[in-house]
Design a protein around this ligand. Structure first.
Ligand code: HEC
Length: 156
């Protein structure tokens, strides 16, 4: 069970590295449809699925939802983008960062959810980063228009 997942992780990183070479190939582009949807489904949907609250509902009763182990739903592209580039800009980056970019140097509290072991977490974080194009942890009130434009997160 563990070994194929690690292999898949390594393959994912290899694909990203290939994407960084001087001859980019269209097939290596990470999109919501080809990668992130399945990743969220597998690693996050248990608590952020279609039975979880929308962001506005979540904000109305954060403590109540926390005790039920439910976070804001990210079951569709639009719902996920709320936490990438919407009302809660950068939340995905702040929560998934491994500590390399956080103010206190500690991983975000959803980092552990990225995988069962360090290899899987690192590989899945790399996929999220590749998808974003620009890994910016700033909040909506702090991010500039220029910085916002660099966050790509393509659907297709
Ligand atoms: C076992 C349940 C569980 C899993 C699995 C889980 N989360 Fe969460 N998540 C929560 C809960 C509960 C909250 C609300 C409490 C908090 O803010 O920490 C939350 C909050 C968040 C937030 C902050 C939302 C906001 O804007 O206030 C983000 C972003 C997030 N999770 C991302 C993820 C991602 C991405 C994954 C998958 C890699 C994931 N979570 C997996 C339970 C979970």
């Amino acid at each position: 069970m563990h070994v194929p997942m690690i292999m898949a992780g390594i393959a994912g990183v290899a694909a990203i590295m290939a994407g960084c070479s001087s001859t980019p190939t269209a097939t290596t582009k990470v999109t919501y449809e080809n990668t992130i949807r399945q990743l969220v489904d597998k690693r996050c949907a248990e608590c952020h699925g279609n039975d979880a609250p929308s962001m506005p509902d979540f904000k109305k009763d954060e403590e109540g939802y926390k005790t039920k182990k439910l976070g804001p739903r990210m079951d569709t592209y639009e719902n996920l983008m709320v936490m990438v580039n919407g009302s809660d800009t950068g939340a995905i980056m702040r929560r998934l960062d491994d500590g390399a970019n956080t103010k206190d140097g500690k991983p975000g509290n959803m980092y552990q959810r990225l995988g069962k072991d360090d290899a899987e977490r690192a590989a899945n974080l790399a996929l999220f980063k590749s998808w974003m194009g620009s890994w910016n942890l700033k909040r909506a009130k702090d991010i500039t228009e220029e910085e916002r434009k660099l966050v790509l997160a393509p659907r297709n």
